[in-house]
Each structure stands twice: as C-alpha cells, then as structure tokens.
Write a protein that binds this ligand. Sequence first.
Ligand SMILES: [Zn+2]
Length: 456
Amino acid sequence: MPGAIYLNKRIETAGLKEIHKLQSAKLAKQLDYLFARSLFYEDKFRAAGIRRKDYRRLTDLARFPFTTKDELRESQAACPPLGRHIAAKLDDVIRVHSSTGTTGRPSFVGLTKRDARIWTAITARSFYTQGLRKSDIVIHAAGLTLFVAGLSSKDAIESVGAMFVPIGTGASEKALMAIQLLKATAMHCTPSYATYFADWVRREADLDPKALGLKKLFCGAEPGAGIPAVRAKLQADWGARVTEGLGNADMAPIIFSECPDQSGMHFNGQEYVLAEIIDPDSGTVLPVEKGVTGELVYTSLERECVPLLRFRTRDRVTVLDTSCPCGRSSFKVRCIGRTDDMLIVLGVNVFPSAVRDIVSSFYPRTTGEIQIVLDQPGPRVVPPLKIVAEFAGPASDVSQLKSEIESKIKAVLTVPAWIDLVAAGTLPRFEMKGQLVKKGYESKAAGERRPGKTST
Ligand SMILES: [Zn+2]
C-alpha cells in the first residue's frame, strides 16, 4: 500500500506567494510574542535600534539582528537552566533535549506542548517526503536520549502510523536481531553508522546486508548520504534507497529531506520555520535560486520556549533546484559542510566532505574512508593537504592510485594534496558521526604515534 504522495498536499505544493503570505503573517505574530516575552531579544533589539514597527513585510526581516550559537550558550550559562532566551514559563516546558556540544557542557533546548507538536509535524513531513509510509517498520539506530532527533523521530514516525523500533546507538547486535525478527523495512541512522553496520553485519554475522531486506535508509545528522559516491556505496551495500535529511538542534530535528527523486533535500518547514540563505562573510541575504551557495539561517514562526530569530546555523548549503518531479514546490539543497569544519588551503575553502567525495569516487579501488591530518590548528592549512585514505584493490595499484587521487583533488578543489594510502580497515570507523579531520598536533603533543603505515 503506497499511501498518498504528500502528507499535506496543500502546503507542500503551494506557490511561493502563498507560502510567503503565510510566513509573513506568522512572523508578525511571532515578533509580537518576542517583543512581549523575550528579555534576550529585548536587549538585542535595543542594541540594534530595532522596534516592532520596523517589521511590516517579510523583506524587513533582513534589518533584524542575527542570533548565534555562542549567544545562546552564554545566555544559558548566565541564566540557568535554559537561558535568558527562553520565552515560556519553565512550568510549561514538557521536555528538554540537548545539542551535541564538544565543549562538555550540554546546551539544552526546551519544548512546550505546542512546540513538541510542531516538531512532530515538521519531522513527520520530512520522513514522509523521504518515503516513510504507515506500513513501514523503522529501526531507529541513532541517538535516543538527549539527541533532538531521538524521541522526536519516535513521535514523528508514530504520527504517520509506521512502527518505530527504538534501538539507539552502540547496539548492532540488537539492531540486527530486530531487523530479522520484525522484518524491518527501513532504518534511520547516520551515514557513518550505515557504513559501519554494513561492515559489522558481514564480519560479525557473516551475512550480506542486502539479504536483510531493508528497503529504505533514512540518513542524517551529518553530510554524506547525499554525496553521489557515498550514496552509491550505501545503496549497493544495503540494496535500499538512501535519502538524507538535515535539521538543527536549536531549531527542529529534521527540516530538510530528500524525496525519492534523490536530487537534493526539500525544505519542509514551510509554515513553521523561515529559512534564509546568507553570504556568511557579509551577512547579505542571497536569493533562493538554483546554484546559490551560502549559510542557512533559520527564524522560528511559531515557537514558545525557544523562539529564535535569524539563527545562524553554520551549515553551508547549495540550492540545487526550486522545482521537482515529485511536485513539491519547496526549494532543494545539498549541505556541503559546516563552516566550523571548513579548511582554508592557499585561500581556497575546502570542506572535508568534498575531499571524501573525491576519494569515494575511486571506489572500489578505495573504501571511501578518509582522514585529513592537521599538523596545526585550522582552518588555515599549510599545503599540501595531508589525507590518509584506504586502498581496497591490489597493492600493485597503490602508487598509481595515489597519483590519480592527488591529481583529481588538484583538478577539482584546486589545492595540492598528499595522499597516504593505508590498507582497508586501518582507519577508525565511527558509529555515530564520522570524524573526517584528525588533529595530528594533539596526538603529537600526547606522544602518540601517527596511525596507519605508509604503503607507498
Ligand atoms: Zn521532490
């Protein structure tokens, strides 16, 4: 039973004019709420000389100040537990999540009942766009506890009527057993885990992952599943259609997701989130047109606990199209990386995921696994860019392969690279998010030896 194409046909196929009208009216109400309820924004607006009457139409939003993650962190540290930026009573908060911080201190995001309903609606629309249907049995092999896309995915998948199987992370045996016993049709996980788990199934259970019968892989939480070579390998491993999603811990769990056309992630936040694309250096708003690349900025349109205005995500995206064979009218993007991860080599911006994309294109001569090794803290890298990659073919191919990869990186990214090819299985595999960059200077300081032996 295929089910309808859309979860909300009117919204998902609406023209831009209708969506803008809806967003403009909702933003006016959200601003009324902010001016009345948010001490955090009261300060920011005063500092920027912005008054409520400065907003009359959607384009006026460009005059309002941005909000950064650092501001939210400072606000939470200064005014625990949830920060000065929360605009609902603590009594009305029904759940908290936390974003995955590397700083040690969790960064909490609170939800009221209404906020949770909206997260469910956006997340359900995202999964449905990816092809989730009522008849699906979904293995959730991703974070379940504080992770924003844990319980929110449960709510969303259940709201569609599909079966949610809460496995979590670090539980490959349980995941395999559940897939076999429940005859699961779909799995939700990071692309790193989908790669790791396929290897695990072959190695530990002596089974071909394809034989497990999964039909749909819903990937997210990191770029990867949209990279053609990575996607092709995952689809070959699992015999399943791979689609990816993109969210933001402070805004909503999954806001963009790919339809089965697999040609970029549709924006699914229409009446709940306003998405702008800006030039990350100047802050100028860019037109949402095919080919435009910039940083995603989100404004919530109907949020009580953490209403955020022009929140800078640091996610760098490219608009792939503004129409689609599936009939959805929302624009489609591919995430090319996070500004935080970006490296600069001889003045050229290099995203680690772009390097992996090139190395993956040599599959099956490479496994597609890479690690960029930095000798000193980024983002500036003294050339050549050092990359450890795994060869999977015969040892006699190694020196030829090394020179081909180096040439392709030079041709595509215009930066010089130095490839260290190591045997398949040498690089660490990550169950959660992959780590494409290794801080070589930290291990050097700790007296650790560099992993992997040069085979060339
Ligand atoms: Zn589509």
